[in-house]
Write a protein that binds this ligand. Structure first.
Ligand code: SF4
Length: 341
């Protein structure tokens, strides 16, 4: 099925689900925001082809880190389809629900924008990165780079990503593992390449197939770093901290939360662990009396959402700078690796 410029190859999955789960009574369907507009239409196809009653999740979903298997399990559902993201192999599904993934593959051509990007890169070795939406076009990008005298390099990250060259907003190991002179990112928006920009000093050329524009991340990185150093500076006065831990399957780092609490106590600060599945200024409103927050869930919540919070909202690495555990010379991105817990 083609939906607003993306191919969802779920029809071919349905006979397999029917064969593997004969007599399946109900099936959970989870979608990222935006794709949920088509949930009822997709649900009709799933019911027709599998005979199972579709149960459509309406909760927000921002990635494969954010499975609703626990919610489906409470309804007695044992099989679900997660749409829009590729699998996150390191995520444990502890509730006995079998999860099938249907990634969304963009049908946009990348040839024109990658060709333009090649004219601005010197190389010679270029790390090629993208998101799950364009990863099926990686070989096209590599061919175009070679035609321009550049040497493309792609790597598989750790078990938080499933695909060669794939970046997440919290994990850029597929890029970091590449021994290269510079990077190209193929995709839209700043979310993914900004994570790489915060992790590396190397030049990143972002090639957006939707707008056919080529840009660097210099301005976005500078703006975010200014905000981060301001938050770190403000937190130096803080005495009380909330450590925000999520119960989303792929965002749980409770051991890290306990480590942060210990660090705070060792430095004479007060700390409180706060469980919050869907972190937002509204859910944390009643912790406004705390001087600062530390996020140990999705690392992009403190980094991207700081302007929405009154308190400084830090990553664990930023807190270490505040406490003097880590030197303030270099900014260190909160890389969420597959073995984090
Ligand atoms: S950046 Fe955040 S939402 Fe995206 S995969 Fe990582 S933890 Fe999940």
């Amino acid at each position: 099925m083609e939906l607003y410029g993306y191919l969802l190859n779920f029809e071919e999955l349905l006979p397999r689900i029917k064969a593997e789960h004969p007599g399946l009574a109900a099936i959970g369907l989870q979608f990222p925001d935006g794709m949920r507009d088509y949930a009822t239409k997709i649900g009709e196809v799933v019911q027709r082809e599998t005979g199972a009653l579709p149960v459509l999740s309406a909760d927000p979903c921002y990635g494969a880190c954010d499975l609703c298997d626990d919610e489906m399990a409470k309804l007695g559902i044992t099989v679900m389809i997660h749409f829009g993201h590729s699998p996150m192999p390191s995520v444990k599904t502890d509730f006995g629900v079998q999860v099938y993934y249907v990634p969304a593959h963009s049908i946009h051509s990348i040839e024109e924008v990658v060709t333009e990007a090649c004219k601005t890169m010197k190389g010679p070795r270029v790390g090629v990165t993208t998101t799950a939406q364009h990863v099926h076009k990686l070989d096209v990008a590599e061919r175009i780079l070679r035609e321009h005298g550049l040497e493309p390099v792609t790597m598989l990250g750790d078990k938080r990503t499933a695909l060669r060259g794939q970046l997440l907003g919290c994990n850029v190991l597929a890029a970091v593992k590449c021994d290269v002179d510079e990077f190209i990112f193929i995709g839209s928006g700043d979310f993914h390449p900004l994570a790489l920009a915060l992790e590396t000093e190397k030049r990143i050329t972002a090639a957006d197939p939707y707008t056919n524009t080529v840009r660097t991340l210099t301005e976005a990185k500078g703006r975010i770093l200014k905000q981060r150093w301001a938050a770190i500076g403000r937190a130096k006065e803080a005495k009380t901290f909330g450590i925000v831990v999520s119960t989303k399957a792929g965002q749980m780092r409770f051991n890290l939360a306990k480590k942060v609490l210990k660090q705070l106590h060792e430095h004479g600060k007060e700390g409180y662990i706060i469980q919050n599945k869907q972190i937002s200024p509204e859910t944390l409103l009643y912790f406004r009396h705390l001087d600062a927050l530390v996020g140990v869930a999705c690392p992009r919540v403190p980094i991207d959402d700081q302007p929405r919070y009154k308190q400084p909202f830090l990553t664990p690495q930023e807190l270490e700078i505040v406490l003097g555990i880590r030197p303030a010379e270099h900014y260190v991105f909160d890389e969420f690796s597959a073995d984090a817990n």
